[in-house]
Design a protein around this ligand. Structure first.
Ligand SMILES: Cc1ncc(COP(=O)(O)O)c(C=O)c1O
Length: 354
């Protein structure tokens, strides 16, 4: 605490990202990164662009990346916004759409950046509880709101909503923006993007951090009706003209065009998830059904916090949230088959002496 800090900074509770430890090598299953490298086409284009041109500013509009994303999803270029990770895209959306007289609504258990941004931007927010199966029930969301945001699949539970309830929400909730954060949609869900032409208040965000193995480059995007995209552009252009650097723009573009690599790595992660779930159930874990690149698990006899520290000591990092309703759960990212075998091996040892 410093006397020079503003009131706002003094009282904020910043987001705490998962550890990126440097003390030793871990099997790192704590931040939902992709265990596979980026597409070879991405690495090649980065090598090609690390030259002279780095002295020049990047294109403030990110045109090549917008074109690649609009080609991929078959939407107009004016339906695409790009940003420095979807966290930044979300931040602009909070500013552009959710600073309203009525409260923003999101689930009680969800991505922990939502309350952080609400506080940071002075946005009034209210939570709506997940049901007892950790499912979002959109019927519980009143229409008297200043916006609705939820991840699909939700984090950290991994539970997926199908399009029908989302469409039902959009039909009755047309006075505020509904933002569906699809950071994990490529691991088994159906995207809402095809609905953007029917609903002027639907905004969808996605990221290249998870399914395209590019967390290190910070690339995210939003897809929605042109008027919402223009709102995001206005927010961004009041903050930073160059949110994506030159390497991110060309690399993100190459990643969007390498559809085969993307589909193969997503398939591999989903296949690994299926067998890991079976193995964990054999070890007496309850596993919340997941359509994401992570699973949310609870052991029938052993406390999550204890498992978390035991695993850590044995070189396996997972994520533990000491929060109401979920303080006996662990969130485990799906790694390679080898990494997950190591997780299972260590759990067997820990549980055998428990
Ligand atoms: C639900 C959800 N949304 C958005 C993000 C942000 O991803 P990025 O800023 O890397 O695009 C994450 C990252 O963990 C997430 O879990």
């Amino acid at each position: 605490m410093s006397k020079y800090w503003s009131e706002l900074i003094r009282w904020l509770a910043p987001y705490v990202p998962g550890e990126q430890p440097k003390d030793r090598k871990y099997v790192k299953l704590n931040t939902n990164e992709n265990p596979y490298p980026p597409s070879p086409a991405v690495l090649e284009v980065i090598r090609k662009h690390t030259g002279q041109d780095l002295r020049l500013y990047p294109d403030p509009n990110g045109d090549i990346l917008k074109t690649a994303i609009s080609d991929y999803f078959q939407v107009g270029k004016d339906n695409v916004f790009v940003g420095n990770g979807s966290d930044e895209v979300l931040a602009f959306a909070f500013l552009a759409f959710f600073k309203q007289a009525k409260p923003l609504l999101y689930p009680d258990i969800t991505y922990s950046f939502f309350p952080v941004y609400s506080n940071f931007f002075g946005i009034e927010a209210a939570t709506v509880p997940l049901n007892s199966d950790f499912q979002i029930d959109l019927a519980d969301y009143p229409t008297d709101n200043g916006g609705i945001i939820f991840p699909n699949p939700n984090a950290p539970t991994g539970r997926l909503l199908h399009l029908e309830p989302i469409e039902a929400l959009l039909q009755r909730n047309n006075a505020s923006v509904v933002l569906v954060d699809e950071a994990y949609i490529d691991f088994g869900g159906a995207s809402c993007i095809p609905l953007i032409n029917q609903y002027p208040n639907l905004l969808v965000t996605q990221t290249l951090s998870k399914s395209r193995s590019l967390a290190g480059l910070r690339i995210g995007y939003a897809i929605g009706p042109a008027e919402l995209i223009e709102g995001l552009e206005r927010a961004k252009n009041c903050f930073n003209s160059y949110t994506l650097d030159r390497l991110a723009l060309v690399a993100g573009t190459a990643a969007m065009y390498d559809r085969d690599y993307f589909e193969n790595t997503c398939r591999a992660i989903m296949a690994t998830r299926e067998w890991v779930v079976r193995e964990l159930e054999q070890l007496d874990f309850e596993v919340v059904p997941s359509a994401a690149n992570f699973i949310f698990i609870r052991h029938r006899n052993c406390q999550a916090e204890e498992l978390f520290s035991e695993l850590r000591q044995r070189g396996v990092l997972v994520r533990y949230f000491k929060l109401p309703r979920i303080d006996n759960y662990l969130r485990v990212t799906i790694g390679t088959d080898g990494e997950m075998q190591e997780l299972i091996r260590q759990l067997q040892v820990i549980l055998s002496v428990h």
